[in-house]
Design a protein around this ligand. Structure first.
Ligand code: ADP
Ligand code: MG
Length: 362
C-alpha cells in the first residue's frame, strides 16, 4: 500500500490516428492533483489532440484516459468535471459577460439563485466583478480571456485545460495574465494542463513540463531538469539557446576530448554522446592571456557578436570547425573588443555540461 493520491489525470498508452496521420503516439503520463502541467511543443506536435481526448471531444484509437483512477471513455464531456479555455475565447457575442459565465450552469439546469451566486464568485476570481453587464465587444482582449476563464471555472471543475490561452494577447498583458493565472490556480487548488508553444511561458508557470514532438511525449520533468538535462537533441534545441558539440570520448566514457582539450565527466557515459553547452556557462578569455596548463580550455576565433543590452552573445569557431555560443558580460575584459577573427580561449565547468545520446543526423 502507498498513500500517494491517485493521479488527477492518467494517459495510459494513448494513441490517436487520423487516417495515415498519427497525431498522438503511445502517450503515458500521470498528472498529480493540484499540479500545474505544461504541454510544450511546436505546432502540429499533438498538444491539442491530447487535450481533446481528455476533454472528451475525441476518443483514442488505442489506450485509455483516467481521472482519479476511473476510466472516462464512457463519460460525455459535460460529465468529466473539466473546464476548457481556448486561445480564441469562444465567447457568445450576443450575451453579456455574466450570461456567458452562467451558460454552463444553465446547461446543467442549475436554479437561478445558485447560478447568480456562482457567476458572481467566478467573476470575482478573475477580477471582473464590475463588468458582468458588459458585452464581449465592450471588453479588451485580456478581459475577454478572463471571462472565458471564469466560464471554465464556474462549475468548480477538478481539471482546467488551457489551449494556448494567452496566444492572442500582447507581451505585457501575457506577463500579467501569467501571474494572475498562477494566483487563481493556487487559490482554487485546481489541476491545470496548459498547452503552449512558448517555452518561456511553460518554464515560468509550470511545476512540470512535457515536451511533445511528432505526437510523442519526449521528456517530462520540472523546468530546471529539462533545461539542465535535456533528454535528446530536440529537447535541448527547443528549450533555451545552446550549442551541441561532437566530441570524442576517452577511457570508455569517463570523459571527452574536443579540439585537443580533455575534460572528465562528473558521471561517465556508457553510450556514445554529444555534449550540450549553454552560452551562459562558457567563459571566454583573450588568447593573449595564458591559461594555467592544467585547466580545460579550447582555442577559438570570434565569428559574430550580437549586443543584448546586458552584454553580448558571441558565436565562436573552434579549431575543429564547430561553432559555440558564449555570453560576454558588460564588464568582461573582451567587452567592446569582439571583432571577427579575434583569437580567444573558451572554458566551461564539467558540471555545466549535459550529455546527449549521439543522433544519426541533426
Ligand atoms: P498542436 O496542437 O500541437 O499544434 P494538433 O494536436 O492540433 O497539434 O495536431 C497534431 C497532428 O494531427 C497534426 O498533424 C494535425 O494536422 C493532425 N490532426 C489534428 N486533428 C485532426 C483531424 N481532425 N483530422 C486529421 N488530422 C488531424
Ligand atoms: Mg493546438
Amino acid at each position: 500500500m502507498n498513500d500517494l493520491p491517485l493521479p488527477a489525470v492518467s494517459f495510459q498508452g494513448v494513441t490517436r490516428r487520423y487516417g495515415a496521420v498519427t497525431a498522438v503516439r503511445d502517450v503515458n503520463l500521470d498528472i498529480a492533483p493540484g499540479e500545474f502541467f505544461a504541454l510544450l511543443g511546436p505546432s502540429g506536435s499533438g498538444k491539442t489532440t491530447l487535450l481533446m481526448l481528455l476533454a472528451g471531444f475525441d476518443q483514442p484509437s488505442e489506450g485509455q484516459v483516467l481521472m482519479s483512477g476511473t476510466p472516462i471513455s464512457d463519460f460525455p464531456p459535460h460529465r468529466r468535471r473539466i473546464g476548457v479555455v481556448f486561445q480564441n475565447y469562444a465567447l457568445f457575442p450576443h450575451m453579456t459577460a455574466a450570461e456567458n459565465v452562467a451558460y454552463p450552469l444553465k446547461m446543467r439546469g442549475m436554479p437561478r439563485d445558485e447560478r447568480d451566486k456562482r457567476v458572481h464568485a467566478a467573476l470575482g476570481i478573475v477580477s471582473l466583478s464590475d463588468r458582468g453587464a458588459s458585452y464581449p465587444s465592450q471588453l479588451s482582449g485580456g478581459q475577454q480571456q478572463r471571462v472565458a476563464l471564469a466560464r471554465a471555472l464556474v462549475f468548480g471543475p477538478d481539471v482546467l485545460l488551457m489551449d494556448e490561452p494567452l496566444g492572442a494577447l500582447d507581451r505585457r498583458l501575457r506577463d500579467q495574465m501569467q501571474i494572475e493565472l498562477k494566483r487563481i490556480q493556487h487559490e482554487l487548488g485546481v489541476t491545470v494542463i496548459y498547452v503552449t508553444h512558448d517555452q518561456s511561458e511553460a518554464m515560468a508557470m509550470a511545476d512540470r513540463v512535457g515536451i511533445m514532438s511528432g505526437g510523442e511525449l519526449l521528456q517530462v520533468a520540472d523546468p530546471e531538469t529539462i533545461y539542465a538535462s535535456p533528454a535528446n537533441h530536440f529537447v535541448a534545441r527547443f528549450i533555451g539557446e545552446c550549442s551541441i558539440l561532437r566530441v570524442a570520448s576517452f577511457d570508455g566514457g569517463k570523459g571527452y576530448e574536443i579540439s585537443g582539450a580533455r575534460q572528465l565527466l562528473p558521471t561517465p557515459s556508457t553510450v556514445p554522446f554529444d555534449i550540450v553547452v549553454r552560452p551562459e556557462n562558457v567563459v571566454l578569455r583573450s588568447a593573449a592571456n595564458p591559461t594555467p596548463m592544467d585547466q580545460f580550455c579550447v582555442s577559438a576565433t570570434i565569428r559574430e557578436s550580437t549586443y543584448l543590452g546586458s552584454g553580448w552573445r558571441v558565436s565562436i569557431e573552434l579549431e575543429d570547425g564547430q561553432s559555440l555560443l558564449a555570453n560576454v558580460p558588460r564588464r568582461h575584459e573582451l567587452a567592446g573588443n569582439l571583432s571577427d577573427g579575434l583569437k580567444v580561449s573558451a572554458t566551461w565547468e564539467p558540471t555545466s555540461v549535459a550529455i546527449l545520446p549521439t543522433e544519426a543526423s541533426t
